[in-house]
Design a binder for this molecule. Structure first.
Ligand code: TYM
Length: 327
């Protein structure tokens, strides 16, 4: 069986973007592949976090993974900091990553703009830790949104370099990017990616129906009134169309035909309802699961144990190859 690895930072609430770009596809992949899904708290601390909130979000994020349809019996789900091999391999891979490569990462460039007064070494070396996450498990595929493609490509380069220097050690991973929903844009500013740092333009998985309807009502469109896909000239409407298609499973052509001759007054509420109905069962199940702390604890403990078993195999191999003395 081919192996899949992916993760999301518990640095904020899960968004419609992370659902459509990533989690939704994780659910589709769980039957065919051996899947490992992580809550990457070590990545989250590359920018300052409130400790109590980080702890709460890490656990709630697991509840939400399960509520989205990830079955703990089929997938390994765990919290990154519970498997110290990530930190160990992250350090090692940092020594096989070029300063210049890290400097070219767009996520670093953006985040160092946003957090100008606190650009940490961790924020800079973040992609080496992400490479460790993926390579520890010899993942074949990494299902992510379009914004993470560059990091997966760097991971591949690091793996290739390491394999070349020593001998075949790491599987080269491919990014898996969905056709629909790979880049969900902000509702308020459709030139920008939907992100948790922009609460008005962002729909959260746990938003109540009335919040979702309000956010879509205010979504930026244009003065042209036709529901057609045109990323360049109609960014807002194109984004809403993509969200509608990702939520309903319809094609762009079918959606355009459905709203032909109708204005945004019909279109926007229809998109809102499609999202409300997609998220409703997820929110309800999350709320139920979040109360069951003992169950969640059993899932992430069991996950960490299984993950650690796999991670240790790769890490020992790496340590031996680079010349560390066996313990
Ligand atoms: P993160 O936590 O920012 O985002 C989580 C996942 O959601 C996707 N995503 C989106 N997709 C479409 N439209 C959007 N607006 C949108 N916003 C977020 C992201 O592409 C991602 O798949 N570096 C990673 C976390 C990570 C990771 C890993 C991922 C750490 N180690 C190993 C895969 C494998 C990140 O910052 O994702």
């Amino acid at each position: 069986k081919k192996r899949i690895f992916s993760g999301i930072q518990p640095s904020g609430e899960l968004t419609l973007g992370s659902y459509m770009g990533a989690i939704r596809n994780w659910v589709d992949l769980q039957d065919e592949y051996e899947c490992i899904y992580c809550i990457v708290d070590m990545h989250a601390i590359t920018v300052r976090q409130d400790p109590a909130l980080l702890r709460k979000r890490s656990i709630n994020q697991l509840a939400q993974y399960i509520a989205c349809g990830l079955d703990p019996a089929k997938n390994i789900m765990f919290i990154q900091s519970h498997v110290p091999q990530h930190a160990e391999l992250g350090w090692i891979l940092g020594c096989y990553t070029q300063f210049g490569e890290l400097s070219r990462m767009t996520q670093f460039k953006q985040k160092s703009q946003q957090h100008q007064s606190n650009i940490t070494a961790g924020l800079f070396t973040y992609p080496a830790l992400m490479a460790a996450d993926i390579l520890l498990y010899q993942a074949d595929m990494v299902p992510v949104g379009a914004d993470q493609k560059q990091h997966v490509e760097l991971t591949r380069d690091i793996a290739q370099r390491f394999n070349g220097l020593y001998s075949d050690t790491f599987t080269l991973p491919d990014p898996f990017i969905p056709k629909m929903g790979a880049r969900v844009m902000s509702l308020g500013n459709p030139e920008n990616k939907m992100s948790k740092s922009d609460p008005d333009g962002c729909v959260f998985l746990m938003d109540k129906p009335e919040d979702i309807r309000r956010k879509f009502k205010r979504a930026v469109t244009d003065s042209d009134m036709s529901v057609t896909f045109d990323r360049e000239n109609k960014a807002g409407v194109s984004n809403l169309l993509t969200i509608y298609c990702a939520a309903t499973g319809k094609t762009l052509e079918a959606a355009e035909a459905e709203f032909a001759g109708q204005g945004y007054g019909v279109f926007k509420p229809a998109v809102a309802e499609a999202v409300v109905e997609t998220l409703r069962p997820i929110r309800e199940e999350s709320e139920r699961l979040m109360k069951d702390k003992a169950y969640l604890e059993s899932v992430y403990r069991d996950g960490a144990q299984k993950a650690q078993y796999l991670a240790t195999k790769t890490l020992s191999k790496v340590q031996r190859k680079i010349g560390f003395v066996a313990r």
